[in-house]
Design a protein around this ligand. Structure first.
Ligand SMILES: [Zn+2]
Length: 369
């Protein structure tokens, strides 16, 4: 028997924390904060777990590692790139267990297979062969030109990122729109360990001359060498950009890709303080309340255009069909934002927070909790 419980991450744009009880072990899949600052999973009463497994380094999946104390301080499993991108949040080296970016591995003695998720450098999905297959995607995308998405094996239970609900516009169209708006100069804030390097490459391919903040520059250097996360074409694009360094102060007429995503830190925060010089901000990701980005947008002094880093409605449906999943949990999304997706998934969609799977594929029960 296996049991999966959504501690947090279903019913809204909430931090990820899924407890998988399998083969006598208890695995916490992700342990995040946010996206709204200060929102944490309620881990009281869960007790000790055997491992914390991180899909990628973003705050809403890895930002609550301090809660590991309440879970018995177990080892933390993630890929090397994820640990590298955790920065100050990274656990002590003695508690780290390195996972491959794809292929088989063991977590606390439980066999798992992993694949690249196309969402963040070193980001992975987890697949457990138990009970007809259990797939936890974390965040994922099939649209990245830089980060590959490895197709997962069949799974009876699919817990999938559905952040965008019914959104179905393509990243290609979105980049065209951003390139047009940014052409006269723009600051494009991005999260660390995220879309920054890809944004540089995509805007350069559309004839702009984007500049990278120091952190994005370092990420591009790392990706240029990372043959496990990035294919040869992507690594060459990184090297091409890095071969032409541009010095000098930042100007409002520059196209600047800069961390952090909500102008709360990094070069984007620095340039926000120089707003009166004419810097124009274009935000492209979910903007939490109580952030500088939110205040700037609310006052009408910045623009927002989408840049897909999560699956579109059709991508979720394709994954559901490809895995053959008969039970599907839609994560990180407000149910009101996915009426069409919900209708298409029909009876496959689970609304319970806990699902119990028998060892025989195809037998499962939703349980209230
Ligand atoms: Zn993410």
């Amino acid at each position: 028997m296996a049991r999966l419980t959504a501690i947090s991450g279903v019913g809204g744009k909430l931090p990820a924390a899924f407890l998988l009880e399998i083969e006598g072990k208890r695995l916490m899949l992700d342990l995040g904060e946010g996206p709204e600052p200060g929102v944490f999973p309620a881990v009281e009463g869960i007790g000790a777990v055997d491992a914390i497994c991180l899909t990628h380094a973003h705050m809403d999946h890895a930002g609550a590692l301090h809660l590991a104390e309440d879970l018995g301080n177990p080892p933390i499993y993630a890929t090397q790139a994820t640990f590298d991108n955790l920065g100050a949040l990274a656990p002590a080296a003695t508690r780290r267990r390195i996972l491959p970016v794809n292929g088989p591995a063991e977590i606390a003695g439980v066999t798992v297979s992993l694949g690249r998720c196309g969402h963040a450098p070193g980001g992975v999905w987890f697949h457990f062969a138990h009970a007809g297959g259990i797939l936890y995607t974390g965040d994922w995308s099939v649209e990245s030109a830089l980060l590959p998405f490895d197709p997962p094996p069949p799974a009876h239970l699919l817990v999938t990122d559905a952040s965008y609900g019914d959104r179905d516009t393509s990243l290609t169209d979105q980049i065209d729109a951003i390139a047009r708006m940014a052409a006269a100069g723009a600051v494009l804030p991005v999260p660390g360990g995220g879309r920054g390097p890809e944004m540089i490459v995509a805007l350069a391919a559309r004839g702009l001359q984007p500049r990278a903040c120091p952190q994005i520059g370092r990420e591009m250097q790392a990706l240029a060498e990372d043959s496990r996360s990035v294919d040869a074409g992507g690594r060459q694009a990184m090297r091409n950009f890095l071969a032409n360094p541009v010095d000098g102060d930042w100007r409002p007429t520059d196209v600047i890709v800069a961390t952090e995503a909500n102008a709360q830190a990094g070069l984007s925060a620095t340039l926000l303080r120089r707003l009166e010089e004419g810097f124009r901000f274009i935000f492209t990701s979910h903007v939490p309340r109580n952030t500088p980005a939110h205040r700037l947008l609310a006052s009408g002094r910045a623009d927002w255009l989408p840049w897909n880093v999560h699956p579109r409605r059709q991508d979720v449906l394709d994954l559901a069909d490809r895995t053959g999943a008969s039970r599907i949990m839609a994560a990180f999304v407000d149910p009101d934002a996915m009426p069409q997706l919900g209708e298409s998934l029909g009876k496959r969609l689970i609304t319970d927070r806990t699902i119990t799977l028998s060892p025989v594929a195809g037998h499962s029960n939703g349980q209230d909790s």
